[in-house]
Design a protein around this ligand. Structure first.
Ligand SMILES: [Zn+2]
Length: 105
């Protein structure tokens, strides 16, 4: 039974448990619209950040090709689509992490 109107049957959600019926949910959503959409956006961003993690690695750092980026593209079987020469690709360095030890060699 809907906890809000006690008339119609409630909906159940695997995380939130018992939810008000369709009619009450719609009425509530109309009232809470701004807050609800903000939360939705945040969740969407979190989700897409997780899914497209490899896109966050920038392909270049101060003009140097990022090996992390190329490796990530290789790992996910995607062409890197960078306008770089074969040589640049082979000489790519890990420009985003552990760079100090790399340069000390
Ligand atoms: Zn209701």
């Amino acid at each position: 039974m809907c906890p809000n109107c006690n008339e119609r049957s409630a909906k159940t959600h695997k995380t939130y448990g018992v939810l008000p019926c369709e009619v009450c949910t719609t009425a509530r959503r109309n009232v809470l619209q701004p807050a609800a959409s903000v939360e939705f956006t945040t969740e969407e961003i979190k989700k897409s950040r997780k899914e497209y993690k490899h896109d966050i690695i920038a392909p270049f750092r101060q003009g140097e090709v990022s090996k992390e980026y190329l490796d990530e593209q290789k790992r996910t079987n995607r062409p890197h689509n960078l306008n770089i020469s074969k040589e640049q690709e082979e000489n790519a360095k890990n420009v985003w992490a552990g760079t100090t030890t790399y340069y000390e060699k």
